[in-house]
Design a protein around this ligand. Structure first.
Ligand SMILES: [Zn+2]
Length: 182
């Protein structure tokens, strides 16, 4: 097990676009393992490398008892949206808000051995692929909300006990996210 501290909103690494993976080596396999262990420990439904301070285009997911990872993802999204689905983020512990997302996503990329893979997801899985790929672009779920919802979310963020603590040493609550945070 190699559980890493999860970076919280306010940490600049979460706003920094991640670099594509070029070397599918032992270091990359360790990163996938660290992400998986950290996500399962939280617990969360997804985790992107920048959330543990690594600027590479890698994420892991655990949705509907399906565990996996994707490297250098490229998404193709349905036009149909789920406007009301609640979404959380492990970098915003304990908070969840309605966030519009495409209902279906096809995610192309690579596994940790460099083999091309295509994943298809609907509902929470599709939401997860979009949320995690956004993390790799320095985009956060608050950016996907309409102005009114974002205002409510930012008020909750300011009032959260972890607000202003961007240090990686903060351990988040394993309870409040109901295992759905990303
Ligand atoms: Zn997140």
């Amino acid at each position: 097990m190699a559980i890493q501290p999860i970076r919280l909103f306010g940490d600049p690494v979460l706003r920094t676009p991640a670099e594509p993976v070029v070397d599918f080596d032992k270091e990359l396999r360790k990163l996938v393992k660290d992400l998986t262990d950290t996500m399962m420990d939280a617990p969360g439904a997804g985790l992107a490398a920048p959330q543990i301070g690594v600027g590479l285009r890698v994420f892991t997911y655990y949705v509907d008892e399906q565990l996996g990872h994707l490297i250098n993802p490229d998404l193709d999204l349905s036009d149909e949206l789920d406007e009301e689905g609640e979404e959380g983020c492990l970098s915003f512990p304990g908070l969840a808000f309605p966030t519009p997302r495409a209902i279906r996503a096809v995610a192309k990329g690579f596994d940790m051995h460099g083999e091309p893979i295509t994943l298809e997801g609907t509902d929470l899985m599709a939401r997860c692929f979009q949320h995690e790929t956004d993390h790799l672009d320095g985009v956060l779920f608050i950016d996907r909300m309409d102005a009114k919802q974002r205002k409510l979310a930012m008020k909750a963020v300011r009032e959260a006990e972890w607000s202003g603590l961007s240090a990686p040493a903060v351990k988040l609550s394993p309870h409040a996210t109901h295992g759905r945070a990303l």
